[in-house]
Write a protein that binds this ligand. Structure first.
Ligand code: BTN
Length: 266
């Protein structure tokens, strides 16, 4: 993996995103490593990347299948000057960057399933897990972990019917380095738009343009009570606007809430 680090660092065209790279052949989880690096003074924009994870983590306490040789597992370390309640909006910024990076390196535009799954042909190709440390009303760091199925063909039984990979969707091999470089380039661009307003107002149009749920009936899996409605898009804080039976609009915060299509995953 050392050559990947050298290639990523030498070919980066960004000012800060992914300019410093730490690579592992095997690690427990790039999110765990990134948090340790952030605690030990890693700079804003440092990237931790691995060929394989032994304890890859997903949302809601699930694990993330992380076999070697085929996929991309990375975590970007951010040290923004930002109030903690605004930090969750960095996840949709990354979702947009991953979608753009895939589009630039595969020539096919994926869609986003709210809040932060990247889907192709109705199946999940990427998941994102952000974690934050904050104190005294400000963010110390945010780590954004991204797992992309690039060449993995076989998936664990419980996700086999909802997961896919880029190789299958694009019909050819996709360079992992190229993909990461394009994502970093897009992330830096979108992050700077986000940072101007400290919300997603400059990005909602782009996000809603990629949102697979838009105009569809969804089931909101809210631990406080599930309900159904029609997804109208996200607002400037990344909340999904869902129109319920009585015509009222509910704002759905990501957190532990996710949505399902009425007939399946999307
Ligand atoms: C999800 O459940 O959709 C989020 C999956 C996030 C997986 C990535 S792989 C790189 C980083 N390290 C981890 O342990 N998790 C994230």
């Amino acid at each position: 993996m050392r050559w990947i680090r050298e290639e990523l660092e030498s070919r980066a065209v960004t000012k800060w995103a992914g300019r410093r790279v730490t690579c592992y052949d095997v690690t427990d989880s790039t999110n765990i490593q990134a948090k340790a690096d952030a605690e030990n003074g890693a700079e804003h924009g440092s990237l931790v990347i691995a060929d394989m994870q032994t304890a890859g983590r997903g949302r809601s306490g699930k694990s993330w299948s992380s076999p070697p040789g085929a996929n991309v597992y990375f975590t970007l370390i951010l040290k923004p000057r930002l109030a903690p309640e605004k930090a969750f909006m960095l996840t949709p910024v990354m979702a947009l960057a991953v979608a753009e990076g895939i589009s630039r390196s595969c020539g096919i535009e994926p869609r986003i399933k709210w809040p932060n799954d990247i889907v192709m042909d109705g199946k999940k190709v990427c998941g994102i897990l952000a974690e934050m440390s904050a104190e005294k009303g400000s963010v110390r760091y945010v780590v954004i972990g991204v797992g992309i199925n690039v060449g993995q063909q076989d998936f664990p039984a419980e996700i086999a019917d909802v997961a896919t990979c880029l190789r299958k969707e694009c019909g050819r091999d996709v360079s992992r380095q190229e993909l990461v470089l394009e994502i970093m380039r897009a992330f830096e661009e979108y992050y700077e738009i986000f940072a101007e307003s400290e919300d997603l107002s400059g990005l909602t149009e782009r996000y809603n343009g990629l949102l697979v749920n838009i105009g569809r009936r969804v089931r909101v899996l809210d631990p406080a009570g599930e309900y159904e409605g029609k997804a109208k898009g996200v607002d400037e804080r990344g909340r999904l606007l869902v129109e319920t039976e009585d015509g009222s609009i509910r704002q759905v915060y990501a957190g532990e809430v996710s949505v399902r299509g009425i007939y399946g995953y999307v």
